[in-house]
Design a protein around this ligand. Structure first.
Ligand code: SF4
Ligand code: SF4
Length: 144
């Protein structure tokens, strides 16, 4: 969820075996007062790490936290462009529009269909949690 005070975004992190052993997430919370919700995490056989997490907090703290991760060699990708809707599953029930505060999901009054505008999506993941048929999905580009 995103309000004027609270910023929230889903990001994808890739990091080396050296970083895997460091308490980066702990530092992120402690140094920058950010909260995180790990959605997926995997360590490869070569001990490289990949994680998708929702990072929340004050916008300025969020920016500092992201810089901190990048300074430690963690590559970060915004997963907003990776939000997809499975058109074969979506029933256009409209439930998701109530929780899409960016109006990326909205009712087209003419067609009574729910439109999905990827450009307005901030990957807050509200819709993935509420969609009764699992039509809204976060893609992981085959990393998992
Ligand atoms: S809640 Fe799911 S099924 Fe309903 S309109 Fe949204 S994406 Fe489609
Ligand atoms: S489409 Fe879903 S993930 Fe994107 S902003 Fe709306 S509720 Fe959030």
């Amino acid at each position: 969820m995103q309000t004027a005070e609270e910023f929230s975004k889903i990001i994808s992190l890739h990091f080396s075996p050296e970083v895997v052993r460091k308490p980066m997430m702990y530092n992120l919370a402690k140094k920058f007062d950010l909260t995180f919700n790990i959605l997926k995490a995997k360590i490869s056989p070569r001990e490289e790490g990949h994680m998708i997490l929702e990072l929340s907090g004050d916008l300025e703290d969020y920016k500092k936290g992201v810089s901190y991760l990048q300074e430690h060699g963690i590559s970060i990708r915004d997963v907003a462009q990776s939000m997809t809707r499975d058109e074969s599953l979506c029933t256009h029930c409209g439930v998701c529009t109530a929780l899409c505060f960016n109006r990326a999901l909205r009712l087209d009054k003419a067609t009574r269909k729910i439109l999905f505008d990827e450009d307005k999506c901030t990957a807050c993941s509200n819709c993935t949690r509420i969609c009764p048929v699992g039509a809204m999905q976060v893609e992981s580009n085959g990393d998992f």
